[in-house]
Design a protein around this ligand. Structure first.
Ligand code: PLP
Length: 445
């Protein structure tokens, strides 16, 4: 199998988009091609070009495009006229998903959650989570964190830090306090101490919170990975002050950081968890809010919606859980590939005096400015590598390769990234990092 992308040289006619699609479109501006087919780690454009996908639908295609097992499950289901739309009626597909989720994900972890099928996007799951926390606690204020990203609907947007995203709201975004995330004030300052101090001080001006809403690794906010110690402190502080802990695992979950939940094995249990993106396994819209059973205080229909529970997504999500998560070897695979990614990004960082961010297969390199990061991602795209940025200034080049990527293809993509970083950033070390002990090339084990 060839590992190299073969991009097409010329952009197609995009006048229909200019004429009829809203200005709000974004990714297509940086990648002006028209795609028609996709399989595994590859996207194909209408001119015969082939692109390596290190964006994976922003972590919604952790198992790659059109995985054959998932695709077959869906085709079989459609072929036998399985229910497509059902509001929230009981369906065979839903029952199978719930049983599989219980058996493969919850029981082995000793977790007891109820699942709420919200509207099909991540922001819907976040809305449900914060509404529920406010309802159960009778409090209004939510603690979110600097650089957090939680979605575009008004409640979730109020919890999002990014000014550019917030500016689209058109109304005040309120009832949220944005407290410093782990490391926000540098390594010397424990921001959990700051939060504890503010919550314990009756004169701090901070109202008693309904919930803390946190990402363990901030996806859009710059791949800032909170330490397990900080997260445990945050969980303990939430409990002490009567707030619910909501982990937004929409981007970091479903294996992106190495295990199904990004908090697995960290020694705390969130009260509420949100999942979406890769949950369906095939890029189908599907979101879930998990809650401890005693928090399930909704009245029937109190949080309603036409598209709650997507039967096609139930089918593919069930297939993905069986295919990948029933066997612990998958997590070992992610760890090994995450190690390759880590070593190669570290090597680039060392060469150019930069730093890396992230955890597992959710990592990136901080190249200092959005301008440089943009040059790098454009150069990558010209060589057939689809890759994006994140961070407050878009200064992090972020690698979200499919978790199932072949090691040789991963390395081929990282070669393109490495060359593009080298072209855009000055070399700061005389000895290049290849020669340094302890910095091996990220070759397949
Ligand atoms: N929460 C996190 C952590 C996310 O990364 C995102 C999307 O990037 C969302 C929520 C919102 O998800 P969606 O775009 O599906 O509404």
């Amino acid at each position: 199998m060839t590992t190299l992308p073969t991009p097409s040289a010329h952009a197609p006619d995009t006048s229909i988009y200019d004429r009829r699609e809203s200005q709000v479109r974004s990714y297509s501006r940086a990648m002006p091609r028209q795609f028609g087919r996709a399989e595994g780690v590859w996207l194909h454009d209408s001119k015969g070009g082939r692109y390596l996908d290190f964006l994976s639908g922003c972590a919604s295609l952790n198992y790659g495009h059109n995985h054959p097992v998932l695709k077959k499950a869906l085709i079989d289901y459609i072929a036998r006229d399985g229910v497509t739309h059902s509001l929230d009626l009981h369906t065979e597909a839903k029952a199978r998903f719930l049983r599989t989720f219980e058996e493969v994900i919850l029981e082995p972890r000793g977790l007891d959650y109820r699942a709420m099928f919200t509207g099909p996007t991540g922001t819907n799951a976040v809305e449900a989570a914060i509404k529920l926390a406010r309802k159960v606690t009778g409090r209004e204020m939510v603690i979110a964190f600097t650089n957090g990203f939680h979605g575009m609907t008004l409640g979730a947007l109020a919890c999002t830090g990014n000014a550019g995203k917030r500016s689209g709201a058109g109304v005040p975004l309120s009832h949220v306090s944005h407290e410093p995330f782990d490391g926000y004030h540098g390594p010397e300052v424990d921001t959990a101490d700051l939060l504890e101090q503010r919550l314990s001080d009756p004169s701090s001006g901070l109202d008693a919170p309904a919930a803390f809403l946190v990402e363990t690794v901030q996806g859009e906010g710059g791949l800032n990975a909170a330490s397990p110690e900080w997260l445990r402190r945050i969980a303990a502080i939430a409990r002490k002050h009567g707030a619910l802990l909501i982990v937004d695992d929409i981007q970091a979950g479903c294996g992106r950081t190495g295990s199904f939940f990004s908090f697995d094995g960290m020694g705390f249990t969130p009260d509420i968890v949100t999942l979406a993106k890769s949950l369906s396994g095939m890029g189908l819209p599907f979101a879930l809010t998990l809650m401890r059973p005693e928090l399930d205080q909704w009245a029937p229909g109190e949080h309603n919606g036409t598209f709650r529970g997507n039967n096609h997504a139930f089918v593919t999500a069930t297939a993905a859980l069986r295919e990948f998560w029933a066997d612990p070897a998958f997590a070992d695979d992610i760890a090994r590939r995450g190690g390759i990614l880590e070593r190669r990004l570290e090597r680039m960082a060392l060469r150019h005096g930069l730093s890396t961010r992230g955890r597992g297969m959710m990592r990136g390199i901080d190249v200092g400015s959005g301008e440089i990061a943009g040059k790098i991602t454009s150069a990558c795209f010209a060589q057939g590598l689809i890759i994006e940025t994140s961070g407050a200034h878009d200064e992090i080049v972020k690698v979200l390769a499919p978790l199932v990527i072949d090691d040789a293809v991963l390395n081929a993509g990282l070669d393109i990234l490495e060359k593009s970083v080298a072209d855009a950033c000055p070399q700061v070390l005389k000895n290049n990092a290849d020669d340094r002990p302890g910095m091996p090339l990220g070759v397949a084990a």
